[in-house]
Design a protein around this ligand. Structure first.
Ligand code: ATR
Length: 284
């Protein structure tokens, strides 16, 4: 007998990671539950790498008592091996960030790419530009979701640059895109409509090695990092007169498919400035 409901009989979901205290997902989902008047609760749980197998087994057999979960660092890749069914996106990106428990099976999906593309589509400047060439900086796990999202958005010409060129080979093979070293960025930027920072550079106030004087007019600048203040990359870009967008909307939008499945609603939860301000106020 599965127990994926709380004793009060409302659905409970959550997020696992290690550490987990910085996750904004509980604030996001509990805010939506309250705003939409839906019964349910969203929790967080610190699961150490050594305890992952046990956790996923208990999620499947109902002992955890959750209808599903989000998975964050460092478990997104290992979660692939514990799911019974994987979406095409999870397989292609090579990571799971959303799990739904259905009929005793763990259905693993990756919605990071959707969060990325929906965030861009919510931006009027983005909707107005041609979806031709995009340049992505970074070759980590986050970059894989970004590249998949760009391909779904219809970008035919995607170039990924990275400091460590050895990390680019898998991306080139898996996604059929062009790759080059970070130092070669100026060579590729001329015809681009969009430049995305998918590295962690900027989280601690660092600056990306981008020469803004070489950027083409009208290029859009997007950083997947978010916070109360824009990253150096985006503030400088703004000073140079470029349109810029941060990554908070990516976090918000990646949560929507899980929310709708776990808490059984067809309605999209609200995404507005109130939510943005609330989440930033909860950031530790
Ligand atoms: P995630 O899974 O969040 O993408 P990651 O796998 O650690 O995290 O990848 C971090 C990305 O930031 C990588 O592309 C990394 O470049 P390297 O592959 O060369 O390490 C990039 N990055 C981090 N610090 C950097 C720095 N100081 N200069 C340039 N790139 C950096």
């Amino acid at each position: 007998m599965q127990n994926t409901k709380s004793p009060d009989n409302f659905p409970v979901a959550g997020v696992i990671g290690h550490p987990i205290t910085h996750s904004l997902s509980p604030a996001l989902h509990n805010h939506w539950l309250k705003k939409m008047g839906l019964p349910g609760r969203y929790e967080s749980r610190d699961v150490a790498p050594a305890d992952c197998a046990r956790f996923f087994a208990d999620l499947r057999n109902g002992k955890v008592g959750w209808v599903g979960c989000n998975v964050t660092l460092p478990h997104k890749i290992v979660a692939l091996d514990h799911c019974d069914v994987l979406s095409d996106a999870a397989k292609k990106i090579g990571a799971v960030n959303t799990i739904i428990v259905r009929n005793g099976k763990l259905h693993g999906d990756n919605t990071d790419w959707l969060g990325f593309s929906e965030n861009l589509l919510s931006w009027a400047a983005f909707r107005a530009v041609p979806k031709n060439r995009a340049v992505v900086i970074g070759a980590g796990g986050a970059a894989r979701g970004v590249i998949y999202g760009l391909q779904q958005l219809g970008f035919g010409d995607i170039i990924v640059v990275n400091r460590t060129v050895e990390k680019l080979q898998d991306l080139r093979d898996d996604f059929g895109i062009a790759v080059d070293s970070l130092a070669s960025l100026p060579k590729h930027i001329g015809a681009a409509n969009l430049l995305v920072n998918a590295t962690s550079l900027g989280l601690k106030g660092e600056m990306l090695p981008v020469d803004f004087t070489t950027l083409p007019r009208g290029i859009l600048l997007h950083d997947i990092i978010y916070g109360a203040h824009l990253t150096h990359f985006l503030t400088t870009g703004k000073e140079f007169g470029f349109a810029v967008k941060d990554g908070l909307g990516m976090l918000i939008h990646q949560g929507i498919p899980g929310f709708k499945a776990w808490f059984k609603t067809d309605k999209n939860p609200p995404v507005d400035d109130d939510l943005r301000h609330y989440l930033l106020s909860q950031k530790k």
